[in-house]
Design a protein around this ligand. Sequence first.
Ligand code: C2E
Ligand code: MG
Ligand code: MG
Length: 588
Amino acid sequence: MANRDEDARLDALYKLNLLDTSPSESFDRITRMASQIFDLPISAVSLTDRDRQWFKSRVGVEHMSIPRENAPCSRVAETADTVLITDLLADDRYRDSILAEQGVRFYAGVPLVTREGFGLGALCVLGTEPRTASTAEMAALKDLAQMVMSQIELQHAFGRVDPLSGLPNRTQFLDDLDDLGRDDPGRRRLAVIVDLARAEQLNSGFRVMGSSYVDDMVQEATRTLRAILGSDHMAYHVAATQFAFVGPDGVDEVAYIVRLEAMLVQLRAASHVRFVMSPTIGVAPFVTGATSSHDVLRTAHNAALDARASETAVGFYSPSKDGAHRRRFRLLNDFGMALDRPEQLRLVFQPRIDLATGTCVGAEALLRWSHPLLGEVSPGEFMPIVEQTSLARPTTAWVLEAGLDQLGRWCAARLHIPLSINVSAANLDEADFAQRVQLYLIKHRVPPALLELEVTESAVMGNSVRAIGQLQAVELAGIRIAIDDFGTGYSSLAYLQKLPAQVVKIDQSFVRDLAKGDREQSLVRSMISLSHDLGYRVVAEGVETAEAAALLIEMGCDEGQGYFFARPMEVTDFEQWIRGPGMQAVAG
Ligand code: C2E
Ligand code: MG
Ligand code: MG
């Protein structure tokens, strides 16, 4: 065969990414059938590589490959024609071949030919006695070879190869992991994910240079990875800018991680878009056949994300971090459903106390979630998760509806108690937020002066122009605004001055330490006096002790909220509490 033809043939073979993949049941089924039809012990799907015959599937053969030289399958591939040898010892060409040495006498091989006419190898049957083959047997072998080719084409065409990199894709990775689990179960291996760049880097690169730079980056990375991994390691293209592979069997894990770090350096060095590329690697150990292939991919992906978050080059999978992520994911999923289940969500109410008179001058509505399986989940845990998603809006809508419904009932019962409701940053982005709040007030017949909205400094910082616009509209409608968790954000009082707020709630972290010492006290004292100078009413959150309450009174703080006065209460308890001795001032 001319060299050029042979190169083209090899190219066609390599593109299929079949060599050195794990055995697969879809091929083994065909080989078993061939061996049964001929009633012979040996059968194989044998692919002709540059200098070896490699077996994708084999019955009765121990080795994964044999040298190509003098192998009858090689002739089948080269000529793309059937080869039938009734007795190897009687054939000059094969009398001294390795097969004959191993006791093989009979050989029948039918070519595996691509649509373009390239012979990839052979479907062959072998026997240890000389024999002939009937026309029917040979016809069956040809049919089976056709089935092998259909299987190869199917695997290749059926969305298993990424058109950009030419590498097998995620589907193939998962299938190959399954095959590995069947073929060589119970072994600890390492799954590796190479993630080329952060999403923001890709986006800004895309903006400046268009989509082709991502393509270039992926193609460069593919070439480098292929060169680094060599032919005994298959790289997979598992997501737009992510590759995966399985580390070698029995590798020293620590030494291997050092090698992976070196790989990152090479990947970067080889790229002409180095400035947008910041590759990281995630490594996850798994046990073949025991860890599901989806979990292998997921855990390796997790490790890559953790590596990115902690800015380490190579991240090793951490079950505890994974547990936390999974809980977050579950809470988010389940919270979406909870919004439609009235029995899971409710509001509790915590009084706000006028420090000068000791009377209750309002209450804060706080959301509570009873998860059907996890029990009570704190809003301190689920709200930060919810607030990062589109669920923030329906959540505030739920709280506003429930809170104003309650206020409406209290008004009807002549209990005129102002209620504070927490709103999220995302709400201030809604163009009709202020309008919707007013509609709720009308619907539940609540005067605007009884409603206060609590927003955090950071909520306003995110999108200040639009947020301030909404807050101004809220203020104009006669609704009060409080700045929640004051002191924990990054903003300055000078900035806050621009906000249309009337109340500042000093965060509990400052109040908690109040009795500790002079520094803590002077911090709170100056927060109070600055806020007063700017015209705010000041509320201290998290007042837990009489000592803290006394200090706050002495500092001139207007209101206190905290366990010392009352914990957040269920609605009926709150109603009883507020009608109890000493609280009559607000009722009636
Ligand atoms: P927040 O708005 O600052 O609410 C005050 C939190 O401090 C509440 O926690 C309250 O139970 C707690 N607290 C009150 N007094 C004391 C005290 O003396 N000591 C201590 N250690 N804690 C005290 P909770 O109810 O767990 O809520 C946590 C956070 O979750 C809230 O902080 C708020 O940011 C958010 N959240 C709660 N309900 C809602 C809601 O309906 N909508 C929104 N957007 N966020 C909410
Ligand atoms: Mg609050
Ligand atoms: Mg707060």
